[in-house]
Design a protein around this ligand. Sequence first.
Ligand code: EPZ
Length: 431
Amino acid sequence: MEQYAIKGGNALVGEVEIGGAKNAALGILAASLMTDETVLIDNLPDVRDINVMIQAMESIGVVVERIDRHTVKVNGGSTHSTVVDGDYIKKIRASYYLVGALLGKYSSAEVKLPGGCNIGTRAIDQHLKGFRALGARDAGVSGGMIVAHADHLKGAHIYLDMVTVGATINLMLAAVMAEGQTTIENAAKEPHVVDVANFLNCMGASIKGAGTDVIRIRGVAGLHGTEYTIIPDQIEAGTFMFAAAVTKGDVTVKNVIPKHLESITSKLVEIGCEVEESDDAVRVVASKPLLHTHVKTLPYPGFPTDMQPQITVALGLAEGTSIVTESIFENRFKYVEELVRMGAGIKVEGNTAIIEGVKGYTGAGITAPDLRAGAALVLAALAADGVSSVDDIKYIERGYEDFHLKLQSLGAEIEKVESERELQKFRLRVG
Ligand code: EPZ
């Protein structure tokens, strides 16, 4: 089984290029099948979740041509089925965007229930409520599939009971070609919601208000081909920013939109890092001891839940007591057990982690429980004294392209190893 072998202690220094936003790309790929014309998508991250999504689209006849590692041409004109039932599709969460896209285009969709990271119950009731409001009266779960069929999709007024990224994107997809006007209230405002809306608008949709809590969609008769570049990944960028913080480094993350990183930047400043912003880059310098703070995850523009494990790893090294409250998912502290084995002083009570900062972590054999927690544990290992091995890196590879190579380029001693023997060799080499 593949693992990362890591020798901690090096300050990360240098520049790193951030790739396209995975969670925008997943919505955009689904949206791209909604026209029979060809769509060119650029800045697509080469990560596992994206490749599973492409495989699912190909399984129903969508033609996806790879132009290069980060560019694809998609043509949905030869879609021959609205049923996506391959077992592999369960591996990702965003498979549910195929329901919105297929329902929106063909008034019919059946897609295997999604999987994704085990970070909470992750209900889909708001998606289904919205589909039903748009005219898919039977929208529901049946035999392990999400099903939705409509005679005729009609615009509707939809109030979401909670802020949900997934339902906001899915309902935009389902509504773009519905007759008349759709309003989504209490919509998610994440940059990737805006990116999917911008992409759909480039295809001829009429979506207004994305990025605010009210999105208004005027149904159009059809969508057309376009060329589109996906925005940079806010969470990949944030992860490298925190990598600088925990290793007392000096890292410039390039190809980012600094505005999307504001909540992350402000927490880094609060805990004692210097952050310099330019047009499309952010430099983080961590030359002083880290300071404690309190943080609560919230929908955008609040502090992202996808950065919660990374900030917890940093606060574990800050003097004094910090408190991290997770308000989006109820099961997102599973990695804390692993961190405690590395010497962290953290207690979890319900949705709150109470952190007593320690002077340092020590290397250990640890396992990635999910994508972001896995990346955060890698950061802990980079900061730790001694050698660590991180298991189950398949989770990390769901959302980070060339993670270990990018870290290496910043001076980290990290390698991907495939056996116990290779791990031993690494240990011998790094002493
Ligand atoms: C998206 O998940 C992201 N995934 C997650 O990123 C991210 O953590 C999350 O948004 C929050 O930002 C993708 O974009 C593929 P939600 P999603 O719908 O859409 C509840 C990563 O690491 N809810 O915003 O599943 C839900 O249980 C991943 O890249 C309902 O109750 O999240 C949660 O508590 C992990 N009913 C809250 O809303 C619904 O119908 C927010 O969920 C929908 C959601």
